[in-house]
Design a protein around this ligand. Structure first.
Ligand code: NAD
Length: 340
């Protein structure tokens, strides 16, 4: 995966690294199936947009991910969008799947809007690749299946899926309502399982694929201010390692990126900042970063979404064609003291 040649190779499966795309002929046969043909009609209802007017990108065919397709949940902004741009700059066609609904029940801060999703599509297209967008909720398995089938049909396969959509929740353990607990588990955990289910139903017949999960440094430690969120991020690692075991023989590689505090609206919002610095009036993200920095082994208090994107790209690259079930921390050494 990652050399841009997999769609025109000679089809000799033995010569392809695990997780690499199938031969052109094989893949086209896969996507010609009835299920995909049926799905093609559906995306309008989901809010599919983009890609129609653009030809398959031929410029930059020598780029690392030229000819590849990357599907990203929660791609309208933050880490998802930064990841989309990183892959687009490397030549991949992109699909962004996002709830695009600012006010979601039992979520403490605004999520992305339809305008964010539309803006994200323009930004990706300006990089010279194709971009499909889908307004959908990761809690909805059939919406994800329909979107991925449409992507596979339009782009000629599904090479990489980034399981990124998620919400945070801040507060002490005893403060959360049943609805809040259910919502964060349904999005961060059940949603990730459903993304995996949708992805493997396309990747297994391809006999190739990469699935990259965005957990968190909090998925490797406890945290009294994010107790439920932290639990969901531990669960993601369990999902990824189980998927690595389940689908390795189908050449689907499943790995995890675990970011530390990243400057995105999930963390950089008044609810989170106010709880992290309760004694400061109108705390800023920079103040929180500076507060955390002295506790870290390197003089860094947060990461940028682009730092995370680079790690995701690494797990989709040829360099990791023999790696599955692994966790890559992008967290300024905050886990150097952890036991594993
Ligand atoms: N920002 C951080 O400090 C940080 C740290 C570690 C891990 N993470 C993880 O990174 C991932 C991306 O978060 P981010 O920081 O970019 O946040 P973000 O809020 O900027 O982006 C998350 C995106 O997911 C979308 N989304 C939320 N719920 C959805 C749903 N049910 N269905 C579809 N889309 C949905 C949102 O609309 C938004 O566009 C999350 O899984 C998060 O847990 C973030």
């Amino acid at each position: 995966m990652g050399n841009g040649g997999n769609r025109t190779d000679n089809g000799d499966a033995k010569n392809r690294a695990p997780g690499s795309g199938p031969a052109n002929v094989g893949r086209r046969a896969v996507i010609a199936g009835g299920a995909v043909a049926a799905a093609i009609a559906a995306p309008a209802a989901l809010g599919v947009a983009g890609a129609a007017a653009q030809p398959m990108n031929s410029e930059g065919a020598d780029k690392e991910f030229a000819g590849k397709s990357v599907f990203i949940t929660g791609g309208a902004r933050g880490i998802g969008l930064a990841t989309a741009k990183a892959f687009a700059e490397a030549g991949a066609d992109i699909a962004l799947f996002d709830v695009a609904t600012p006010s979601l029940a039992h979520v403490q801060y605004p999520l992305a809007s339809e305008q964010d999703l539309e803006r994200a599509r323009s930004e990706i297209e300006s990089l010279g690749v194709r971009c499909l967008t889908f307004k959908g909720d990761v809690r909805d398995l059939s919406a994800q299946r329909t979107a991925m089938e449409a992507v596979a049909a339009r782009f000629g396969g599904l090479d990489v899926v980034v399981v990124n959509a998620g919400i945070s929740q801040i507060g002490r353990m005893e403060e959360f309502s049943s609805e809040e607990i259910s919502t964060v588990f349904e999005i961060n955990v059940s949603g990730a399982v459903k993304t995996t289910q949708a992805a493997v139903s396309i990747m297994q017949p391809q006999n190739a694929g990469r699935i990259i999960y965005i957990s968190s440094a909090l998925g490797r430690m406890g945290n009294e201010l994010f107790p439920v969120y932290t639990s969901t991020k531990w669960a993601l690692i369990g999902i990824a390692k189980s998927a690595a075991l389940s689908y390795g023989r189908s050449n689907i590689l499943c790995n995890v990126v675990a970011p530390g505090l990243a400057d995105t609206p999930l963390a950089n919002n008044p609810v989170v900042l106010g709880r992290m610095m309760p004694n400061v009036e109108n705390p800023t993200f920079q103040m929180v970063s500076e507060m955390l920095e002295p506790g870290n082994p390197i003089p860094v208090g947060h990461v940028e979404p682009e730092d995370v994107a680079n790690a995701v790209k690494f797990f989709a690259s040829e360099s990791t064609s023999k790696v599955t079930g692994e966790v890559f921390d992008v967290s300024y050494g905050s886990l150097a003291r952890s036991i594993a």
